[in-house]
Design a binder for this molecule. Sequence first.
Ligand code: NAD
Length: 473
Amino acid sequence: MLVFGGTGDLALHKLLPALYHLHCQGLLADDNHILALARQEFTREAYLSLVERHCRMHIALADFDERAWAGFSRRIQYFKLDANNASSFSALRGQLDLARERVYYLAVAPSLFTPIVHHLQLSGLATSQTRIVIEKPIGHNLASAKTINTAIGQVFAEHQVFRIDHYLGKEAVQNLLALRFGNALFEPLWRGQSIDHVQISVCETLGVESRGDYYEHAGALRDMVQNHLLQLLCLVAMEAPETYQAEAIRDEKVKVLHALKPITGQDVLDKTVRGQYGQGQVSGHRVPAYYFEKNVDNDSNTETFVALEVEVDNWRWAGVPFYLRTGKRLEQKCSEIIITFKALNRSLFGDVSPNRLVIRLQPDESITLQLMTKAPGRGMRLEASALNLHFSQKAGQAKRWDAYERLLLDTLEGDSTLFMRRDEVEAAWAWIDPILQGWQIYYQTPKTYPAGSQGPEQAQALLANHGREWYRA
Ligand code: NAD
């Protein structure tokens, strides 16, 4: 595996710790090697000490084993390379055993994707024996995503391209598929006749941290909705694939993206809410407003929060709103999908809450089915109870997989089931672009919300107008 951007945050904090875990589990072949590439001058020893320093911060103390680390570090080499320089790639070629299969992991800014694939091609390193992995952001709109995809597509066949969305590597996300397609129970109910609405929330307590530069030009819609939230929506809404194979699953996901009703014209005013965090308190600490963050314009118009009412315009989902919401500096860190079933037409027992299926991805992965049961004691009073499946509690039986571990192993094995195909990425952008345009046309400036709150009031109103509210555990 060749990691371009081997000195960057993604490589040091996510990829190398995940590869270490795979090594410890005996899942890397003896002759799997990691070649880290970046512009800085490093001896191998200096690079290894950089990696060790960072990995120790990201690997639990109990999992850090000195002997295993020594074995893992023997797999790692470092090579100085400037992605914009053709001669660097000729020199790189001289370092490689060309008969071997290779995975190129592009842990670099997207502006380097095109020069890297171009130079890989020119230096003869883009063979049928190779794969390429890229991370979001894949473009900032449909046109730029197409430019990147076309540049990559001129060098690598689609089956060689692995577009990572690490949400898809989460255990609970795959469990959503197991739940839907491995149980007879839910299928008859998984449709507009029985489901009132769906919520997908990805809430963070962190602010923009050190990513102000990038985030100022992205915002929550591009950074989170275009990829993670729409991917989750696809998994909830898609039809059963013919087989559990990459192409069949991706065919079904892309059909959902095509069925999303466009939010155009004045609809952006009624169906979307943009927010930006002001100063406030998160976990007892005072935090500054977004526009005071480093590398952020103090007159910034970037949204750090977005809420949307989305319609999937097909037979299964007609009339069922999907409410999506994501934001930074919110009250609680939590990623969850909530399926709320319709209320009973008639109740024998007074007030009964509708059944809910809560699929939680963060902080602890779990699935909960909320049912009404009899309150203990005399009389026939009902109360809400939960059937819980906590994966962290089951984890004693088997090691829990980190999303990157699973996805890295899949790239090594060439399994693209959990990766996004070109048409998915582009269909998602085709739906996002009109919202971005609408915000411009209607001067939709973000509404301020205090850091540590639930987001702007307008996001509450989006649901309250239909007699609903955002789910709170
Ligand atoms: P970073 O700035 O920390 O690292 C960038 C890396 O690219 C460094 O190793 C740098 O030396 C290298 N680099 C820069 N210019 C180069 C050149 N001309 N030639 C060779 N190497 C060069 O960035 P990052 O946080 O690691 O993110 C990398 C990419 O992954 C970005 O597109 C980011 O949006 C995406 N991403 C990052 C994360 C994360 O957790 N950090 C998560 C998802 C996606």
